[in-house]
Design a protein around this ligand. Structure first.
Ligand SMILES: *[C@@H]1O[C@H](CO)[C@@H](O)[C@H](O)[C@H]1NC(C)=O
Length: 281
């Protein structure tokens, strides 16, 4: 369940610069050759350092003092019990990044800035809630907050500071053992009102629209985002239903995903449906 990161090149570059100073016995011309090839190597391999992850943005992060090693079942994304265990408790409440619920389920790599205490990788959190503290973008679970540190000792120092300077960037979410999953909400009232939450959103794109279609004649209805990752509709289409989800990237590209698995005609509150869909990008 650890979202994909690409951090090696960061260290690789530091190493290759460092190595230049360890070559005093090498002939000067060889040194030049070495430096030139190191430069060419780093220019020719931008994909390694960049992948699809963008640049970091500076901000601040706090943590929930009463959280322990779990997330929250009551977050504003509507995940319910899933919110406690998602990403092994490495979760955060987002401020502006909540984006009226569209930001729910998005993954961010967050690392703190103090090189004495903080690791290079930081932690990858999933947004499960909305909230802000003093000019923070994230309020993290205590577990995730501690994970930004280099050591247990450094973690205590971070916790003592309460709010720390951080940098963050959007990364892809990956749940290799789980498909995108639909849980029918307890507020549903068959057949008049249907509400469900989307679990295990994956990849680096947002789910910006959801439709339900009758499998018989593909009569589709656009659902309302009630809040967070919860979608609802009064008078849902009847019969067995196929789901359609619009994925939107930061670069503006959009794609409808149509899972093969259907929601059966007699859906019930509390039911959990596996869409059969994994998203890699
Ligand atoms: C995910 O969906 C595929 C079909 O697309 C299925 O074979 C697989 O068992 C599902 N995985 C889980 C963990 O349910």
């Amino acid at each position: 369940m650890v979202p994909t990161l690409c951090l090696l090149p960061y260290k690789t570059k530091l190493l290759s610069i460092f190595h230049l100073f360890l070559l005093p016995k090498m002939a000067f011309s060889h040194q030049i050759l070495f430096i030139a090839s190191a430069l060419i190597f780093s220019v020719l391999n931008p994909a390694q350092s960049a992948t699809s992850d963008g640049p970091f943005t500076h901000s601040r992060a706090a943590y929930y003092p009463d959280s322990d090693d779990k997330g929250s079942e009551t977050g504003r994304c509507g995940y319910g019990s899933f919110g406690a265990t998602i990403n092994y408790g490495d979760v955060a409440a987002a401020s502006d990044l909540y984006r009226d619920g569209v930001g729910c389920g998005a993954c961010y790599q967050v690392r703190c800035m103090n090189s004495k205490d903080c690791s290079d990788e930081g932690v990858t959190v999933v947004i499960t809630d909305q909230g802000s503290s003093d000019r923070t973008d994230f309020i993290m679970s205590k577990k995730a907050f501690r994970k930004m540190a280099q050591s247990t000792y450094a973690a205590s120092s971070l916790l003592a500071q309460g709010i720390v300077d951080i940098e963050y960037r959007r990364v892809s979410c990956s749940y290799p053992g789980n498909n995108i999953t639909i849980k029918i909400d307890e507020s549903s009232d068959y057949p008049y009102y249907l509400a469900f939450v989307i679990w295990y959103q994956q990849g680096q794109k947002d789910i910006t629209a959801v439709q339900l279609c009758e499998t018989k004649d593909f009569n589709c209805k656009l659902l309302d985002r009630s809040y967070g990752s919860v979608f609802t509709t009064t008078s849902p289409p009847s019969g067995s239903l196929s789901l359609r989800m619009l994925l939107s990237g930061e670069d503006g590209d959009e794609k409808w995903i149509v899972p093969v698995n259907i929601i059966p005609e007699n859906w019930k509150k509390g039911d959990i449906y596996d869409t059969g869909v994994q998203i890699a990008e």
